[in-house]
Every structure is written in C-alpha cells, then in structure tokens.
Write a protein that binds this ligand. Sequence first.
Ligand code: HEM
Ligand SMILES: *[C@@H]1O[C@H](CO)[C@@H](O)[C@H](O)[C@H]1NC(C)=O
Ligand SMILES: *[C@@H]1O[C@H](CO)[C@@H](O)[C@H](O)[C@H]1NC(C)=O
Ligand SMILES: *[C@@H]1O[C@H](CO)[C@@H](O)[C@H](O)[C@H]1NC(C)=O
Ligand SMILES: *[C@@H]1O[C@H](CO)[C@@H](O)[C@H](O)[C@H]1NC(C)=O
Ligand SMILES: *[C@@H]1O[C@H](CO)[C@@H](O)[C@H](O)[C@H]1NC(C)=O
Ligand SMILES: *[C@@H]1O[C@H](CO)[C@@H](O)[C@H](O)[C@H]1NC(C)=O
Ligand SMILES: *[C@@H]1O[C@H](CO)[C@@H](O)[C@H](O)[C@H]1NC(C)=O
Ligand SMILES: *[C@@H]1O[C@H](CO)[C@@H](O)[C@H](O)[C@H]1NC(C)=O
Ligand SMILES: *[C@@H]1O[C@H](CO)[C@@H](O)[C@H](O)[C@H]1NC(C)=O
Length: 393
Amino acid sequence: MASPRKMFWVPIIQVFAIGILVVGALSPDYYSSKCPKALSTVKAVVVAAVKKEARMGASLLRLHFHDCFVNGCDGSILLDDTSTFTGEKTARPNNGSVRGFEVVDDIKKAVEKACPGVVSCADILALAARDSTVFLGGPSWKVPLGRRDSTTANLTAANTDIPAPTSNLSTLISSFANQGLSVKDLVSLSGSHTIGLARCTSFRSRIYNDTNIDSTFAAKLQKKCPRVGRNNSLSRLDTATPKHFDNCYYRNLLNEKGLLHSDQELTNTTTTLSRVKKYVNEPSTFFKDFAKSMVKMGNINPLTGSKGVIRINCRKDCNGSILLDDNSTFTGEETDVPNNQSARGFNVVDEIKRGPSLESIQRIGSSKRFIYGHYRWINRGQPRHSSGIQYSG
Ligand code: HEM
Ligand SMILES: *[C@@H]1O[C@H](CO)[C@@H](O)[C@H](O)[C@H]1NC(C)=O
Ligand SMILES: *[C@@H]1O[C@H](CO)[C@@H](O)[C@H](O)[C@H]1NC(C)=O
Ligand SMILES: *[C@@H]1O[C@H](CO)[C@@H](O)[C@H](O)[C@H]1NC(C)=O
Ligand SMILES: *[C@@H]1O[C@H](CO)[C@@H](O)[C@H](O)[C@H]1NC(C)=O
Ligand SMILES: *[C@@H]1O[C@H](CO)[C@@H](O)[C@H](O)[C@H]1NC(C)=O
Ligand SMILES: *[C@@H]1O[C@H](CO)[C@@H](O)[C@H](O)[C@H]1NC(C)=O
Ligand SMILES: *[C@@H]1O[C@H](CO)[C@@H](O)[C@H](O)[C@H]1NC(C)=O
Ligand SMILES: *[C@@H]1O[C@H](CO)[C@@H](O)[C@H](O)[C@H]1NC(C)=O
Ligand SMILES: *[C@@H]1O[C@H](CO)[C@@H](O)[C@H](O)[C@H]1NC(C)=O
C-alpha cells in the first residue's frame, strides 16, 4: 500500500506532466476526440495508392522530409505556385522530382469528408510517411500530431536547406545539425533510400567521377545514364530491393553500391561507417533508430496553437487573395483559369465588406454563394478577422 507521503506527490506529478504536454507539443492522441477516424482514413488512402504503385510509398516518405527541412513541418511544400505566389515546388531539390501531391489531395478530401477543417496537411504528410513505411515492410511508430499549416512557403530555404546528392559528409552533417538532427539521425534517416528511385541528374557525377564505386555497378548505371542526355532516366536507390523497406541500403554501401554520392559518403568516417555496419548486422536496431529519428524529424518547428491554419485544400493558402483586383502592377487571381470571367459577386462582397463580416456572405441568397465557395475553398481555416487580411475591396 502506498504511504501517505507517496500519495501526496501523485497529484503534483500529474499536474507537472500535463503542464509539459500542453506547451505547444504534438501528441499522438491529438485527433482521438477531434477526429477519431483521421488516422484510419489517411491509412486507407495511402495503402490503396501504394498497392497501386509501390514507389508512391517512397515519394510520400520523401515529401515529409522535404516539408520538415524547410521552415519546419508545416505543409509548405504542398502549396502550388500561382500568378502572385511562388512556393517551393520549383526549388532545385524538388523540381521535376517530388511527387505524390495527387495522393495527398485524395487523403485530404477523405479526411475533410470525415471531419471538415480539422486535420492539417502537415499532419497528413507525417502520417502518410509512417503508413507508407509500414506498408512497404518497415518499422511503425506513433506519429505525434497537432501540426498546423503554413500560409506561406520559402523557395530560398528549400534551395539551401535540403541537402544535395553531391554533398560530402561534412555538409550532410551540418545540414542535419541545422535542423537539430544528429549524425546518428543522418545515418538512420538515409536508410529511407532503401526504397524509391532517383534521376540520372542526381547521380551522374558519381557514376563517372567517384572512385569509391563498384565498377560493374557503375558500368550498368552508365548505360541508363549517359554523360549527356536522358536526365530523367530513373534508377533504384537500393539496387537490391527497391520496393521493400529493409536494411539492404546499408549492405549496398559496404559494397560501394550506394547510388548517390551522398549515400556513399556515409562510409567515409569511422563513426558513420561503424553505424552503417551496425545496421547491416542488426536490422532491428536500424528499424528502432529509424522510427525514433522520424519522430525527431517530424518535430522540427511545427506550427501549433494559434499559429498557422488548417488548409482545406493543401495546395492553397487561405488569405482572401481571390478578392484582390488586377491593376497596372499586380495580377491577382481573378483572371486565373478557374475564376476568369466566371467568378462573380465581387461588388456584393464590396458592399458587404462595408457592413457585416465576410463570413456572413454565406447567409445571403444562393446567387452570391458562388464567390464565397471559391473564397472558402482558398480561405477556410484562417483565424477569423486575423491580422493581415484586411481588404479594401
Ligand atoms: C541525407 C541527405 C539526403 C539527400 C542528399 C537526399 C537526396 C535524394 C535524391 C537526390 C533523391 C532522388 C531525387 C530524384 O532524382 O528525383 C532522393 C530520393 C529519395 N529520398 Fe532522399 N535524400 C536525403 C535524405 C533523405 C531522407 C532523410 C529521407 C526520408 C526521411 C529521404 C527519402 C527519400 C526517398 C524515399 C526517395 C525516393 C523518392 C521517390 O522514389 O519518389 N531522403 N533523395
Ligand atoms: C496570400 O496573399 C498575398 C497577397 O496579399 C500573396 O502575396 C501571398 O503570396 C498569398 N499566399 C499564398 C500562399 O498564396
Ligand atoms: C523545373 O523543371 C522544368 C521541367 O521539368 C523546367 O522547364 C523549369 O525550368 C524548371 N524550373 C526551375 C526553376 O528550375
Ligand atoms: C526564407 O529562407 C531564407 C533562407 O533560410 C531566409 O533567409 C529568409 O529569411 C526566409 N524568408 C522568409 C520570408 O521567411
Ligand atoms: C565539403 O563540401 C563543402 C562545400 O562544398 C566544402 O566547403 C568542404 O571543403 C568539403 N569538405 C571536405 C572534407 O571535402
Ligand atoms: C540535363 O542536366 C544537366 C545538368 O544536370 C543540365 O545542364 C542540362 O541542361 C540538362 N538537359 C536537359 C535537356 O534538360
Ligand atoms: C566530374 O567532375 C567534374 C569536376 O567536378 C565535373 O566538372 C564533371 O561534370 C563531372 N562529370 C560528370 C559526368 O558529371
Ligand atoms: C570520401 O571518400 C571519397 C572516396 O575516397 C572521396 O572522394 C571524398 O572526398 C571523401 N569525402 C570526405 C568528406 O572525406
Ligand atoms: C495594385 O494592387 C495591389 C494589391 O491589391 C496593391 O498592393 C497596389 O498598391 C496596387 N497598385 C496600384 C497602383 O493601385
Ligand atoms: C480571361 O478571359 C478573357 C476573356 O475571355 C481573355 O481575353 C483573357 O485572356 C483571359 N485571361 C486569362 C489569364 O486566362
């Protein structure tokens, strides 16, 4: 039986623990009451997509990485470019290479149907990365949740903060350190390259220039990836089992069969090489470390509390920008293909703006709903009357 002294401490410890949990932290139970079907809904769409095409699992895993390394895991990579906005999709590490956006759209539509306006795009990426890994035979982990979505993106940061495949080990280490990730995280997370494909442009220099490459392996790759041309010709990151999440990636490295220069760099120093060997000999240690590092990566600078928004369409920010008129120095969204000559009701919005709030438009007759529909699609989730969305008409 507990002594009175011990019992006295219990409530204090509980209060302390709750206090810690509340301070902007993510929680695996975040949607348990807000949207009990969130996790199963995400998983169902991911499984269907990866069944259809195994590589999609790799592409979804990579999206989460490229999201998190650029101003934190905030869904910024998902924002489409528009006439007035340049996002991250054309950044060097992303352009012509990141994929899976249609699957994210499908997931988002499914969770919106289950729980409108509740589940963030950033959380969808974190869950899809986990579900993809599991489906392809990798480890599972509990995904901390409660991220909110950015209203913006950063092309410059996408170009500087996502490491290039030509990086040497010291550059890789510092780029991970910039995100609060260790050398151990670098080695375990690089194990993601046990699945998926890379373009010729990503490894051309390695197969023609590097000395630490198996010559038969290099010769085979050179056939598919000439010195000039065929830039988008694809090869397996894990030459052995590209559709299976296992530890073969590390075995390849010991045989000088890493596809990317950056991959093979992990065998250059004794610290990283000994970890590579550990993961070859102890696949369960790789799985355990990978799961831990994924949680760590997923915790990079999330937007929580009143920061950020829940985007309804992961490709679009919610800032009322459809209402901005074109003028001599500015081209807005009114002439974007979905709106040009078809979106109407702007003068009604102007009238209403002088009176009640924008939200009240929905209560006015059906002929005015159309513009609100487009506005809402772009704008729901924005904290009402928040700063920075004051429009004069
Ligand atoms: C360590 C630094 C890293 C570098 C330099 C790097 C670089 C690359 C490059 C160049 C590609 C091929 C892109 C293309 O040619 O289209 C690629 C693919 C991939 N990367 Fe990484 N990556 C790194 C770390 C990571 C991490 C941390 C993850 C996940 C947690 C990851 C997951 C993937 C996956 C799954 C693919 C295959 C994607 C597909 O097939 O669509 N990578 N990476
Ligand atoms: C939000 O609207 C402003 C225009 O006021 C625009 O500059 C910004 O890029 C928009 N954000 C997105 C993601 O469209
Ligand atoms: C992105 O790739 C496309 C073709 O894949 C190319 O036309 C375009 O110039 C590239 N954009 C940038 C910014 O590199
Ligand atoms: C975008 O990223 C660059 C490089 O990390 C940084 O210097 C800049 O301040 C960022 N811009 C915004 C608007 O956050
Ligand atoms: C690694 O690459 C960086 C940037 O290209 C360079 O400054 C540095 O000297 C390189 N380090 C080694 C050990 O090669
Ligand atoms: C192929 O890639 C190289 C370098 O990565 C680039 O200089 C060249 O313009 C690309 N060729 C085409 C046809 O895009
Ligand atoms: C080999 O390396 C040199 C020097 O870094 C570079 O100029 C050349 O383009 C590389 N060769 C290939 C085929 O990429
Ligand atoms: C790693 O080893 C390769 C091949 O020996 C060499 O080209 C490269 O510069 C080395 N990198 C570092 C950071 O020492
Ligand atoms: C054009 O429209 C933009 C966005 O509404 C505004 O910031 C700018 O001041 C306008 N310029 C002129 C000349 O009216
Ligand atoms: C918008 O529609 C008008 C009239 O149909 C057309 O002249 C114009 O080119 C269109 N603008 C865009 C950006 O599609």
